[in-house]
Design a protein around this ligand. Sequence first.
Ligand code: SF4
Length: 984
Amino acid sequence: MRNILSSEPLHDPTASPTPGATTEIKCTTCYMCACRCGIRVHLREGDNGPEVRYIDGNPNHPLNKGVICAKGSSGIMKQISPARLTQPLLRKPGSERGAGEFEPISWERAFDLLTERLARIRATDPKKFALFTGRDQMQALTGLFARQFGTPNYAAHGGFCSVNMAAGMIYTVGGSFWEFGGPDLDRAKLFVMIGTAEDHHSNPMKIAISKFKRDGGRFISINPVRTGYSAIADEWIPIRPGTDGALLMALLHELITTDQIDHAFLKRFTNAPQLVVLDDCEREGLFAFDPDPARGAPGDGRNPHNKLVWDTASGTVKNAYPEGIADGCDPALEGHYTLADGTRVAPSFQLLRDRVATCTPEWASAITGIAASRIRQLAHELGHAAFQQAFELPIAWTDAWGKQHPSTQARPVAFHAMRGLAAHSNGFQTVRALAVLMSVLGTIDAPGGFRHKAPYPRHIVPNYRAFNAPEMIQPNTPLNAAPLGFPAHPDELAINTDGSPIRIDHAFSWEHPLSAHGMMHNVITNAVKGDPYRIDTLLLFMANMAWNSTMNTLGVREMLNRKDGSGEYMIPFLVVCDAFQSETVAFADLVLPDTTYLERHDVMGMLDRPISEFEGPVDSVRVPVVKPLGQCKPFQEVLIELASRLKFPAFTTPDGGRKFTGYPDFVVNFQPQPGIGFLMGWRGKDGTEHLRGEPNPKQWEMYEKNDCVFQYHMPENTHFMRNWNRAYLDFAKEKGWRQKDDPIQLALYSDTLQSFRLAAQGKSGGRQPPEELRERIATYFDPLPFWYAPLEETATDLAAYPLNAITQRPMAMYHSWDSQNAWLRQIHSHNYLHVNPVTARAAGIEDGGWCWVESQWGQVRCMLRYSEAVEPGTVWTWNAIGKADGAWQLAPGADEARKGFLLNHLISEELPFPLDGAKGGRTISNSDPITGQAGWYDVRVRIRPAAPDEEHVSFPQMASMPSAPGVLGRVSSVLTYFAGRKTS
Ligand code: SF4
């Protein structure tokens, strides 16, 4: 027996298993989470060619500068995960979905099956094919595939992730957090993080906070739970879930009533001074406009420059653009006025002032649980940082109207927010409140505040209309617009003439008009209900819809198995593409084995989700550093192959031949507009052009030679104030990032929202919502931010279910991706319900004890841990640690299945409609009524101790999943990987 206490190592972990073999280092981009750090993969010779020896951060990469996290360095264990699928699989004839009984088939047969089926759908009724993808980063390709197929039924996972954050910010300031913008911690003095634990922008955020703290910055975290970044915050302010909007409205109240606002910024760069019609008419609540047709038609949300302001200097009305901001004009921010034609108007800021008048700190205190005095003090701290600690950078710039600014004004108070604000049914208006708060402080794209990243800022509303023409769904015909976009008016909704939804997920319908990312969380439920129609084939990529990526997990698993009267599944054909044997794989009719991020080409580019920095655009790629395992094939190659076989126009030559040899060829040569491609670096025939230029056949080689990343440094005079910066706006238009070069005035007041409200009130002509939805739209489509209780609360007995329940993502795992990872499992193999000791003791549950958590929708049994780092009205757990038995090739009885649990079992994907169930029968998505964002964090629960004689096993338990044929397995090889031992 070995002496395990010996100082002699059991083996040399750095030694090559093949004596004398050389090692090699290849750069690529991490995908152990969505952050996309640059990594160096160190390779050694293995039995079947190069294999991964270890992974470290790339010091030359602009994003992470060499920093790597626990997940990133554990990529090696993902590569050799026992859960790797290795061959295409077809459900065995006669076996039931969910049983996981498959037979291996060849790729040729898989492609034949898919081509035959998809060709038939495309030639008859293309909308019967639905493509929904999970945490992928290739929506430029998947969206193009759906559009070319001719189906509107496409989306990625944003609708159940953080569309409220994206849409709430973009509809207000033209950009959003994470990849499209963030806090300027290099220059901020005060940093307020709200609703964020661990983040997508993981390593860069940690690097930035570390430097910020060392430089003496003050960091306040507002969150129901003190985890993640909050651990090093100078102060933690606990808040009740779903109440952030009330806090933000109270902060606005304090800042406005104490006059701690940036008047000059508001007057010149926002729609605060623009005059809103007050009369009861079809234009009530819209901006008054200059009727001169040369200034464009009013009210479409994309024509913000024909509005009016009241010039207090002359006592007259002037055009907001360009005359209203001419020297000598002083637009009013308050007051009530009458236009020459008798129309009563007021600056939109007056309406905001009226709105926040009653939102006192005392009012917010009763909602949030934060003392009124602390709210007041926080407002004072924000104002102090923005105005007393302000400074100017010696960077001259010229604004969109030609005015030269000799320096750039800093407002050193920065915010960061994410899913804690977004994942509520009141999240859109909460995020609007945050964006308005940042705007009144003058921090938008200012040094020390919130800064955009190219290709943002976009127009408000962005010039991307979602597909909305049911008559254009035609056999063998691409759609005339992308399936996803940003509606600016009811005319842009995806509805039929009778007002019913065009899409299977009901996105862009009157139920959830601004659902810019689709509503993946409702696809299976709606498809099974046949609401608004039944589909034939559902293709899921990287989406664990039979487990943690769905609300009502047990219900969805049952629905995937539900059959109609003829014995056919309600969703007749389910295709799942994944690299691992997830819970969802067991329900597939056809399984397509994907590659890992180390085995394929990938693009993180400007058409989709680049990794831009504040100072300029950045895109990056992944290149294969090891061979694909078994028969694994990148999903991108699957899509290119299918698109070619189905002869989509964009993938077919004029003579009917195949246009692209594969994904790398497609990336180099596909151009949505001349000179614009998937990658912006080393364009032009000889690779000397950047951002825009002809395709370069050697573009991939150039990326490989340059650490798989391209960074473009823009001149200093374009680094700030980009909503209005003439040099930047011209540059952005020239490079294809924007369609126009006009300024982007911040929309403190949203006439887009008001246009929906007017339709709901029956005051405007054109499209009208169904009667049953009028009140809902009139209520929530308020042009000014406001706080309302999460919708689920209205449908809940709050006395019976007094606690909020939320999840957080651990730093060491990303969603359900990492429970098969031999290293990361050692950090989290099961989860607890974390409860404040006061709450747990009151319920009679001891630290470490077993308990029941119950909502009105379901119940789970789990272990409980006392924690002082959670406010007493909230319980929480880590997301997606719990697993179905046997899934991800975990051994039967593994801790993840027996002790781990999912909070999803307590959540419903639907709510009664109306919410009080008064009329009964109808349901509606459990989502934000504006954007369709899933209301994950709205659920209310109660807790009680498990009985002493109950099994110490989490509830519910699933029947054990069998191994899929060809799955890698071989756990022993994982354990001895570094020893290089040969094992069976
Ligand atoms: S934060 Fe970690 S897991 Fe995410 S991309 Fe960076 S190194 Fe990879």
